[in-house]
Design a protein around this ligand. Sequence first.
Ligand code: NAD
Length: 477
Amino acid sequence: MDANPAINESTIHAEVLVLGGGPGGYTAAFRAADLGKQVVLVERYPALGGVCLNVGCIPSKALLHVAQIIHEVDEFEQHGLNYGKPTLDIDKVRAWKESVSNSLVDGLARLVKQRKITLIQGTGQFTSERMVEVKTETGIQNVSFDQAIIAAGSHPTKIPVFPNDDPRLWDSTDALQLKEIPKKLLIVGGGIIGLEMATVYHAFGSEISVVELMDQIIPGCDNDLVTPLYRRIKKQYKNIWLETRVTSIEKHEDGLKVSFEGKSAPESALFDAVLVAVGRKPNGKLIGAELAGVNVDELGFIAADKQQRTNVPHIFAIGDIAGNPMLAHKASHEGKVAAEVASGLKAGFDALTIPAVAYTDPEVTWMGLTENQAKQQGIDYDKAVFPWAASGRSLSLGRKEGLTKILCEKETGRILGAGMVGPNAGELISEAVLALEMGADAEDIGLTVHPHPMLSETFAFAAEMITGSITDLYIKK
Ligand code: NAD
């Protein structure tokens, strides 16, 4: 990254200072620059792109693609395609994964230059409500600002009683480094990170065990959408222990000895590596926010209003630090809002939903109201679940476990929520989000001509199940 061109002894000034160069921060910086603001972007790491590009979404998707190829080739043996057993050149796979991230990071550096944004590489902290001090490799650079956008992200939650200094105890960053393929890998946390990494390491040859505190994997999602994934991985993985907690992890020469407390788990077992994926913590307490008068809550979140303003009106907060869900696509949209408001435009974050996708195999995705939420809130809804066993496209992929579910308001037929599970299901959710944002009802969706044979048809079929016009299934009146 060609940073720090403007560093000098004296303070530099920013009309808009952006703290953090992840998907939220760089989007905010680019939008503010495009709206005519003179922008300083501060990022502590040499590469822009934050967790998402460097140690999150992008490298994990590169590895998940390799995992998918391994599974598809393996499964198609029974249908007449035989390549033999795959051999994995882990160094080459790692290099390829890194090249994917690097090409995006290089692209960001070009976009920074084209927009004439001043990029400072160093760790920034507020020293007052108009000043940030940046510790760079070559010294301290002070930056005064008219307005600031905090986009300083989050970090993996560590469990303090675990031996966090042991290289066999991983967080998601360690897992993505692909240093080795452990024989026996325990994953603590059956959420999105845990299950995505389980998908990768299982395909690469590890024996996987998953331990999850709650009574289902991906607890935020409706159980019926998670069940096809659960059924499949239950066959693939050695163990999935639900309603179970890890009580201790001890270092031993021949592995990490993990003790459990829960329904079906053993008292203890040895693993070659343990990945802890039990959520992320916002970085609100690490940036000197209190010196700028910005309120940070106990967990480290910085509350922001619909315009992304904090309690200090000329300081905005976006992305993971501003609240859940901690997703790159939330951060980038909030970043645009903050940049636009800071540039004097009338903007506000009024998205009706932020879709979630677990890039597992099968993928699981949902948006809008979940059925659990509809029940809790006493909302009267109609529900339809279209089985992918009746989708020609799904069968031609060799898979039939998928489902597309839609919830509509009983009185009006308007879509309230939707979810899918199946191979490539993540690609289908955007249409449901658009339908929700446009206020579509089941009839609108069913009457929208979908190309055949595509998985996306299943969304229209589910809507037709609600209106009663479905012909691809027989539903007894
Ligand atoms: P998560 O909240 O999705 O899952 C953590 C899981 O760990 C939960 O199921 C929780 O019940 C369980 N858990 C918590 N404490 C535990 C304990 N002591 N023992 C066993 N289980 C325990 O968090 P994550 O998977 O770490 O992901 C962090 C953030 O990153 C999330 O906001 C996630 O949405 C985001 N993320 C998103 C994607 C994506 O969009 N595909 C990918 C990776 C991460």
